[in-house]
Design a protein around this ligand. Structure first.
Ligand SMILES: [Zn+2]
Length: 170
């Protein structure tokens, strides 16, 4: 499958493959859309490249709290995590096409040759060591709201917020 326009699949400096910009993207611009297949909790599937999105954005109206998996089936599955990303992902149900749509939006200007990142914000139970290299790296790929629930054996990898570090250094 060819990469989306303006992007190319590369060997990532952070992890595995990545997607890199071959043109400039302005802050607020849609960088690319993703194509995926919906799975619900309990379904048998590989969640390695799945976004977690509200069920309501996948066309399920019954439980507003439910989350579902959107398994990326195109090159967007190579977009890596960063604690200080240059894009964010959004999802919305398209009632006319009757499919969930997802897309990545530049949260700042992105220059040619920059790798795309977004913040995976894994739940604490799925936290993994993070090598994003950002100044504000949390040390783990984990939702900042779930830091208190990180497993004890991973806690030593957590880094204090940059603001705290600056305060203690002065
Ligand atoms: Zn990080």
């Amino acid at each position: 499958m060819p990469p989306p326009e303006g992007l190319v699949v590369v060997r990532s400096r952070v992890h595995g493959y990545g997607l890199e910009a071959t043109r400039r993207f302005a802050a607020g611009e849609i960088v690319t859309a993703g194509d995926g297949v919906i799975f619900r909790d309990g379904d048998d599937f590989d969640d390695t490249y799945a976004l977690v999105i509200p069920a309501i954005d996948a066309g399920f109206q019954d439980d507003p709290e439910e989350l579902v998996f959107y398994d990326l089936v195109d090159q967007t599955r190579w977009i890596n995590h960063s604690c200080e990303p240059n894009t964010r992902v959004d999802a919305r149900w398209d009632p006319i096409a009757k499919i969930a749509r997802t897309w990545w939006i530049a949260v700042r200007d992105i220059e040619i040759g920059e790798e795309l990142f977004y913040d995976y914000a894994f739940v604490a139970a799925s936290a993994e060591p993070c090598n994003c290299g950002a100044a504000g790296c949390r040390g783990l790929i984990v939702d900042p709201d779930e830091l208190d629930e990180v497993e004890p054996e991973l806690r030593h990898l957590l880094r204090p917020p940059v603001t705290t570090r600056r305060a203690s250094a002065s």
